[in-house]
Design a protein around this ligand. Structure first.
Ligand code: ATP
Ligand code: MG
Length: 383
């Protein structure tokens, strides 16, 4: 037999049942007339099911735990053999044979109950050669243990799926921006090529930008892979002014197209923060794109975007404000929640990814409505 029921009993009901059994055992031992009766008393009150078989598998006797587990009465068991109770006849045969040969056998089998249901049990068989051969079988119900193991496996599986899912959306989202930039730049280059009056330097500039965006796409994938392997980021002391400058330059064509005037106020002091520059650029890009999208509507008269880098105690603050449609106060959905979008081609992940990026950097990202019209998004980065 394995461990006693003591270290596996975990509910109040199980403990109560065990106390009752111990009291019963004490009473039986008290009245026992010698070692044989003591042995029988021990078997009868054991917390493991015990069943004793004749050499041919006929059930000779059983204890209370086994009768409870199988749902049969003592009289019903007296007319049955082990094969009536085994989930599989062949398997039962095999285990009996093994015990006959080596003296014992053990394993997990299914037990068919009186009500027709089956239960997974762990069995230990001991074979004694006296009296024409006899099997002692100790049976333990392991269905609740199996269920909890199954539950654990499922939980682990779901949490892995979740992580992979989030990561896949993240990769798709981050790749979308540089890749659409590649398409824009190269199609611009092609248009210029078709126009013989085009200046060569412009053409070269556009192609260089395309190459730069392709390189960025590669860096993002590499970072993602590193993230999967080590879960770390590549942080370096970075000029936040510079990140803003680069991102604004990158979105200039789009702003111009929409007739949006973009003003930048850089920080006139130490603007260094230890960050992953590509990730912070992704955040800014998404905030600028969202701001520009919010000013698309032809009904909007003033199209103005103000980006400001400032400094407060221990933090560098970046604000991106627009004069767009704004977010209705008390909007039904939190714009930072994943998959919340009002755009026909939107994924709705930009703000949720941006917030998690800023938070893993130890900062905060939030938004505020502007007094007149539009929205202001702000984030902080510790210096
Ligand atoms: N500056 C803004 N002004 C008004 N509404 C905004 C602004 N920024 C975000 N929103 C609202 O929040 C929603 C979610 O933005 P988010 O960046 O998470 O996703 P998205 O821009 O719709 O799609 P994508 O995943 O491609 O970025 C937007 O669809 C929009 O309705
Ligand atoms: Mg967005």
């Amino acid at each position: 037999m394995e461990r006693s029921g003591l270290d596996t009993a975990n509910t109040h009901a199980e403990l109560e049942a065990m106390r009752a059994r111990i009291a019963e055992l004490e009473a039986t031992l008290e009245a026992a007339q010698g070692p044989r009766e003591v042995g029988e008393a021990l078997l009868e009150t054991s917390l493991d099911g015990v069943v004793i078989l004749e050499n041919d598998g006929a059930i000779r006797s059983s204890n209370a735990t086994f009768r409870e587990l199988s749902g049969y009465t003592e009289a019903e068991l007296a007319t049955r053999n082990v094969f009536d109770l085994a989930g599989s006849h062949e398997e039962a045969e095999l285990r009996l044979e093994r015990a006959r040969k080596s003296g014992n056998a053990r394993g997990t089998v299914s037990l068919r109950r009186a009500d027709g249901t089956t239960v997974q049990v762990e069995v230990t068989l001991v074979y004694r050669t006296n009296a024409g051969g006899r099997f002692f079988i100790f049976v333990r119900d392991i269905s609740s243990r199996l269920a909890s193991e199954e539950h654990q496996t499922q939980l682990a599986h779901f949490s892995r799926l979740n992580t992979i899912g989030e990561m896949a959306s993240g990769i798709a989202h981050e790749l979308n921006q540089p890749l659409s930039a590649i398409v824009n730049y190269t199609s611009g280059a092609l248009r210029r090529l078709a126009d013989s009056a085009a200046v060569d330097a412009e053409l070269i500039g556009a192609l260089k930008s395309a190459a730069e965006q392709a390189r960025r796409a590669g860096v993002i994938i590499r970072r993602m892979r590193n993230f999967v392997r080590h879960g770390d980021r590549t942080t370096v002391p970075t000029s936040i002014n510079e990140i803003v400058r680069e991102t604004v330059e990158f979105t200039q064509a789009h702003a111009l197209q929409l007739g949006v005037q973009v003003d930048v106020i850089e920080l006139d002091a130490d603007d260094t923060a230890v960050v992953d520059p590509i990730q912070i650029e992704q955040v800014l890009l998404n905030l600028i794109r969202n701001g520009l999208d919010a000013m698309k509507d032809p009904g909007i008269e003033t199209r103005h975007m103000a980006i400001e880098v400032s400094r407060s105690d221990g933090f560098i603050n970046v604000s991106v404000a627009d004069t767009g449609c704004g977010i209705a106060p008390g909007a039904p959905q939190d714009v930072f929640a994943p998959f919340v979008t009002t755009k026909p081609d939107g994924v709705g992940l930009g703000l949720s990814i941006s917030r998690s990026i800023i938070e893993t950097h130890g900062g905060r990202l939030w938004c505020e409505p502007r007094p007149e019209t539009g929205t202001q998004f702000l984030f902080t980065l510790p210096t």
